[in-house]
Design a protein around this ligand. Structure first.
Ligand code: GSH
Length: 442
C-alpha cells in the first residue's frame, strides 16, 4: 500500500495535490474528475434530462357498474390508488435492486473487491485472429485483446497499442454468439487480458481505462508492476436509472481518464495534462456518438458499412456462412433503424453529416490553434490516439470519404496512421521521455 500511496494523479496542480493513499478516498478524487469540457457548442447534447415518471390509471365516474361516486370519494379513490401504485412501484424497484445485488460482487455505490481485476478461472482457448509482435517490447507480459475489428472503442485501444509498439494477440469475438466472451462477467469489447510472467492473469475493461492503465504501466514502470497500477483504478458498482426505471447496475472504472505516476512525473505541464484528458473525454462523450448515425444514415450506407466490417473483420473466417449473412443483412437493417434513434438521443443535426463535420472541424480548429503537427505537440498524445482510433473505425464507409472531402482532417489523419504503423511511440520501452519534476507542472 505504501507503494500505491506514492502514485500521483496526473492532473493535480501544486495547490491541489492529492496522493492516492488507497482506493477508499476516491470519492474526493472523483469530484476532481468533473472538469470543464470547453467551449464546444452543443457539447453536452448527450446528457439528457431524466424522463418524468408516469403513473397512469384509468376509470371514471360510475365505470364498471352501478356505483356512482361523489367528488370527494373520487378524489380519495384517486389519491389512494395513486399512492398505492407509487408505493408498489417503490417496493418493486427495491425488490429488483435486491435481486440484482445478490448476483453482484458488491452492493451499489461500493467498491468492487480490489482483486476483481485478477482472473482466477481458466479462460477457454480460442484461435488467435492476429498476432502483433514487436521485438522491442521488453515487458515480458502477454496481452490478448478480445475485440470486434471495427468497434470504435476497440480501434481506439488498438491505435494505442500499435503506436507504442505493444506485442499482442487478437481474439475476434463473434458478435452474434459472443462465445469468446462467455467466460467473462463483463461482456463488452474491448477486453484486454494481461498475463504476467508469474502466470497471474488480469482482465482490463473499458477502452479509456485500458489505455490509462497500460500507459501508466509502460511509462512509469512502477515498482510492484501492473497490480500496483490497478490499485489506483478501483471499480465501483453504479446504479443506473433510465427515467424512473431501475436498470441493471454497471461496474465503472474510477479514474479512467487519469494517468498514474509513482516515481516519475508527467511529460506535460498541467495545462497539457488537463487538455489531453478533456479531449479523451470529448471522444467518448461526443465524437463516438456521431459515428453510428452517420455510417448507418441510409439503408445502402448501412449495408455498405456491414460489407466493409465483413471484409476487415474477416467474418468469413470467424462466422458460419448463415451467421455472417444474418449479421450483414439483419444487422444493417437493425442499425439503420437504431441510427435514427441515436440521432435523436444525441440531438444530432437533421443531416447527421453536419454533426460529424462539426466535431471533426472542432478538433482540427483546435489543432491549428495549437500550431503543432499533433495535439500532443511534435508527437501524438493519448488525445490524438483516441480521435484517430475512433475515426479509423469508419475508414471504409462513405461517411469517412465525406469527412476527407469536406474537412481538412486528411493530413493529420495520415500522419497518425503512419505513426501507428511505424510504432513511433516504442521508445516508451527504453526509458522515460524527459520527465518533469512536479514543481514544473504548473
Ligand atoms: N465504454 C466502453 C464501451 C464499449 C462498448 O460499448 N462496446 C460495444 C461494441 S462497440 C459492445 O461491446 N457492445 C456490446 C454490449 O453492449 O453488450 C469502452 O470504452 O470500452
Amino acid at each position: 500500500m505504501a507503494l500505491v500511496s506514492a502514485f500521483r494523479l496526473s492532473h493535480l496542480t501544486l495547490q491541489n495535490q492529492v496522493k492516492i493513499v488507497n482506493s477508499k478516498n476516491f470519492s474526493a478524487l472523483s469530484q476532481l474528475q468533473h472538469f470543464n469540457h470547453g467551449s464546444r457548442k452543443n457539447y453536452d447534447r448527450n446528457y439528457q434530462q431524466p424522463k418524468r415518471e408516469k403513473f397512469g390509471f384509468g376509470g371514471g365516474r360510475g365505470q364498471g357498474g352501478s356505483v356512482s361516486w361523489s367528488t370527494p370519494q373520487m378524489v380519495l379513490f384517486c389519491v389512494g390508488t395513486g399512492s398505492a401504485l407509487a408505493l408498489g412501484k417503490r417496493e418493486y424497484d427495491q425488490y429488483k435492486r435486491e435481486q440484482v445485488q445478490k448476483k453482484l460482487m458488491s452492493p451499489i455505490g461500493q467498491e468492487v473487491d480490489s482483486n476483481s481485476y485478477e482472473i482466477k478461472e481458466a479462460i477457454p482457448v480460442f484461435p488467435v485472429a492476429r498476432s502483433i509482435r514487436n521485438p522491442n517490447d521488453n515487458t515480458k507480459v502477454k496481452f490478448t485483446l478480445y475485440q470486434f475489428q471495427t468497434c470504435p472503442f476497440c480501434c481506439k485501444a488498438r491505435a494505442f497499442l500499435d503506436y507504442y509498439g505493444v506485442s499482442y494477440d487478437v481474439i475476434e469475438v463473434n458478435s452474434v454468439t459472443r462465445k469468446q466472451m462467455k467466460w467473462s462477467k463483463y461482456k463488452k469489447v474491448p477486453n484486454l487480458v494481461v498475463e504476467l510472467e508469474n502466470g497471474k492473469k488480469y482482465q482490463l475493461v473499458d477502452s479509456t481505462a485500458i489505455i490509462s492503465v497500460i500507459f501508466s504501466f509502460l511509462y512509469d514502470k512502477p515498482e510492484g508492476g501492473l497490480p500496483n497500477v490497478l490499485d489506483c483504478y478501483p471499480k465501483i458498482v453504479k446504479e443506473q436509472l433510465d427515467g424512473g426505471t431501475f436498470k441493471k447496475p454497471a461496474v465503472e472504472v474510477q479514474n479512467a481518464y487519469f494517468l498514474m505516476y509513482q516515481h516519475s512525473g508527467p511529460n506535460k505541464d498541467t495545462k497539457g495534462i488537463v487538455e489531453e484528458r478533456k479531449w479523451r473525454k470529448w471522444v467518448d462523450d461526443s465524437l463516438v456518438h456521431v459515428l453510428s448515425p452517420n455510417v448507418y444514415r441510409t439503408p445502402s450506407e448501412a449495408l455498405q458499412a456491414f460489407e466493409w466490417f465483413d471484409k476487415v473483420g474477416e467474418w468469413e473466417r470467424h462466422f458460419k456462412t448463415w451467421e455472417r449473412y444474418l449479421v450483414i443483412y439483419l444487422g444493417s437493417a437493425v442499425m439503420w433503424i437504431l441510427g435514427k434513434s441515436l440521432k435523436k438521443k444525441y440531438q444530432l443535426k437533421e443531416d447527421v453529416r453536419e454533426s460529424l463535420y462539426d466535431d471533426v472541424n472542432f478538433w482540427m480548429k483546435s489543432l491549428r490553434a495549437k500550431g503543432t503537427p499533433f495535439m500532443g505537440g511534435e508527437q501524438p498524445d493519448l488525445a490524438d490516439l483516441a480521435v484517430y482510433g475512433v475515426l479509423s473505425a469508419i475508414e471504409g464507409c462513405d461517411a469517412f470519404q465525406d469527412i476527407l472531402n469536406n474537412t481538412k482532417v486528411a493530413k493529420w489523419y495520415n500522419r497518425m496512421k503512419q505513426a501507428c504503423a511505424l510504432k513511433e511511440g516504442q521508445s516508451i520501452f527504453n526509458g522515460q521521455d524527459p520527465v518533469m519534476e512536479w514543481h514544473d507542472c504548473k
